[in-house]
Design a protein around this ligand. Sequence first.
Ligand SMILES: N[C@@H](CCC(=O)N[C@@H](CS)C(=O)NCC(=O)O)C(=O)O
Length: 251
Amino acid sequence: MLQWLWNLFNGDPNSLPLGLGPKVKMSLKYYYDLMSQPSRALHIILKMSNVQFEDCPVALRKGEHMTEEFKQNVNRFQRVPCIIDDGLKLAESIAILRYLSAKGKIPEYLYPKYFLEQARVDEFLEWQHITLRITCSIYFRSIWLDPLLTGVRPSNEKIEKLKNLMEANLDIIENIWLQKTDFLTGQRLTVADIFAACEIEQTRLADYDVRIKYPKIKAWLKRVRAGCNPHYDNAHTYIYKISGTAPNAKL
Ligand SMILES: N[C@@H](CCC(=O)N[C@@H](CS)C(=O)NCC(=O)O)C(=O)O
């Protein structure tokens, strides 16, 4: 009872003593922009996991994440995705995924609990951040976003250089991660595939068609989309629309 009074005093109405039940159910707030790759990945994962959340879209293009209010009350790093869950403010898509998994919210087939299987998925999640993610997003930013903001197109040499850096990682996906398996970390779809696919889909905006040069990635993307739909297409609506490259609805 003392603990409950303490929690109530500190604004935590969920922590009522056994039997009384919560009067006010605080929900998970999810802050995201579907133009952001990790935001889309987590959105798909939350939907596939049937996690209930309060929808908190943040329009990066309008600078909604740059306000003092966002910085103070939502995410001190002023980025998306991020969550507020029972008062906990948390940024970084992978940290959010692991937190929700630890709370039992993410099904095991998407993010395994058994340490050997989890290690394989974690290996990819750690690898992708400074390889696939960084090179795909720099390519997309330099060819699509920056020219939109500044009116200045990068030189052909720069485009070629960034393309080579990105393709060095796409080569690794094609020849190592997908060498023997249908999905990145085995024969089944996991969060690793969802995070990677969202990074690669972003390059549609920069007029890059990964499917031309990479047959394994092409077939894998189809499998990922089929395994995640309708959530995959819902999360990618704007990407398809803006790039004018919506895939065939029937696959
Ligand atoms: N490592 C972070 C990356 C977050 C991130 O870079 N978010 C971008 C959108 S993809 C953002 O909010 N950018 C806002 C800005 O740079 O002003 C994660 O995985 O969550």
